[in-house]
Design a protein around this ligand. Structure first.
Ligand SMILES: Cc1ncc(COP(=O)(O)O)c(C=O)c1O
Length: 466
């Protein structure tokens, strides 16, 4: 069955939405020449819309020559309609599964990476925001420092030293609009001319997509339960960079042991490669204290990336990088060309939030809350699936990976789950080499109340054990 995601409220005609999605899939080569499309009757029933709407969209495809019809048989993809240079568009991300932004109402969303939004101390935050606007120097209204306001970078260098063991001078800090922008800057500065990037596999699929815009030379590095495995690296490799999440491997959840950290640093040193350390959620740890960063051990080879998306909230769009000194100029220049600098008032508000101790108090409060939510999720999984489920990953962060015996999370199954009111993402979706993680899903728990977790797991069970 052709999966189409329509939005009845979008203001775009339904026929046009279907036409555009099928068109894009044909051009991308997702639908192959001579492949049969779902019948107009099937599709109209599945989407709960009139058959004439589907017929209109198919007629648009026919008139453009993208499909042909065989009388009495159906509609097929025309040969020669695949376009190799078709650029990715936002809609491609939700072709096979609902994207988090588009989940139907009432769904229990286990997607990873969202902190408890309703627990954010908004009233306090507003105090710091309004103070930032009232007290800011006039210079903050103009084009500001590309690398970030100096006073904020000073605060960040102290804060990162204290909380993450990061060892740096304030000048080594570059304020970004989040990790994704940091990764784009890394790619622009280091991956030109098709240079080689090695990345953990699986890892957040955005990493590969961002790097892929700059190089086709990407090598996946398989991870095990502790993370990346430097003993598997080829003896004489020389990638421009090695991307890792050592404090909490995304998504598998391993913590990289010290021996592997040292091996990785030695390798990078010899190969003259940079290690890109994405420290995305390690502030939250439920057993002992957060593990120190890799940057602490090798600060001239490591590019450290962090974000306020988890400690504050994702739409704040603020992050930071810690760079080896010799890269600062190049990165600052690319940042200037990208958006000149990140919002100065947000920087000042976050600076005060940190300096007043509010940030650490908030993190501590959330740590306790997330530990409870994590325990609740794990016990409900055990209660409902007993030994057919295995929970993977260390006691950290905002998600776990659940591995199910004898279940393959195909895009269709993920869509069936969404239709049943439970949003999950498969690990496979983040894998570069496909086929090794098909029975694993990522379950984010931070933004769900225990009652919602309970309903979500019941819905999961209803679909998986039916
Ligand atoms: C592995 C990883 N790194 C970083 C981030 C944060 O990205 P950003 O700062 O762009 O919000 C995420 C978001 O979920 C993530 O999964």
């Amino acid at each position: 069955m052709l999966y189409i995601n329509i939005e009845k409220e979008s203001g775009n005609s339904l026929a046009k939405q279907i036409y555009e999605q099928v068109r894009r899939r044909i051009l991308n080569g997702d639908l192959l020449a001579d492949e049969k499309l779902s019948s107009t009757r099937e599709l109209s029933q599945a989407l709960n819309i009139s058959r004439s709407t589907v017929i209109t969209s198919y007629e648009m495809l026919l008139s453009e020559g993208l499909v042909y019809s065989k009388i009495g048989s159906g509609v097929y993809v025309s040969p020669g309609a695949k376009y190799d240079r078709m650029p990715l568009q936002a809609t491609d991300y939700c072709m096979t599964a609902f994207s988090s932004e588009q989940l139907p109402k009432g769904i229990i969303n286990f997607h990873s990476g969202t902190p408890a939004l309703d627990q954010f101390p908004m009233a306090k935050w507003m105090k710091y925001v309004s103070r930032a606007y009232r007290g800011a120097p006039t210079s903050a209204l103009g084009y500001d420092y590309p690398a970030g306001r100096p006073e904020f970078r000073k605060t960040m260098s102290l804060f990162l030293k204290k909380t993450r063991g990061v060892d740096c001078h304030p000048d080594q800090i570059l304020i970004t609009s989040g990790t994704k922008q940091g990764l784009s800057l890394v790619a622009q500065c280091l991956l030109s001319n098709n240079k080689e990037a090695w990345i953990e596999d699986p890892s957040n699929i955005h990493v590969k997509k961002i790097f892929h815009n700059y190089t086709k030379n990407i090598t996946p590095l398989p991870v095990d339960d502790k993370g990346i495995q430097p003993d598997l690296f080829p003896p004489h490799g020389n990638p421009a960079l090695i991307f890792v999440t050592p404090s909490h491997q995304f998504p598998m959840g391993g913590i990289l042991p010290i021996q592997r950290r040292l091996e990785l640093l030695q390798y990078a040193e010899k190969a003259v490669s940079y290690i890109v350390e994405d420290d995305y959620d390690s502030e939250f740890r439920y057993k002992g204290l957060p593990i120190n960063s890799l940057q602490e051990l090798g600060n001239e080879r490591v590019i450290y990336l962090g974000s306020f998306s988890k400690t504050l909230f994702p739409s704040v769009r603020l992050g930071y990088m810690v760079l080896p000194r010799h890269l600062i100029e190049c990165f600052s220049e690319y940042k200037r060309l990208c958006d000149h600098h990140s919002n100065s008032f947000t920087q000042l508000a976050v600076m005060d939030f940190i300096n007043s101790g509010e940030m650490e108090r908030h993190i501590m409060r959330m740590n306790k809350l997330y530990a409870k939510r994590r325990n609740c999720l794990i016990s409900l999984l055990k209660e409902n699936f007993s030994d057919t489920v295995k929970v993977l990953g260390d006691s950290s962060g905002l998600h776990i990976v659940a591995e199910f015996r004898d279940i393959i999370f195909t895009p269709d199954l993920i869509n069936d789950l969404a239709a049943a009111g439970v949003g999950v993402k498969s690990v496979e979706e983040h894998a570069i080499v496909k086929g090794c993680h098909a029975n694993q899903v990522i379950l984010g728990y931070a933004n769900l109340e225990p009652e919602e977790i309970k309903i979500g797991i019941e819905r999961l069970k209803n679909v998986l054990i039916s």
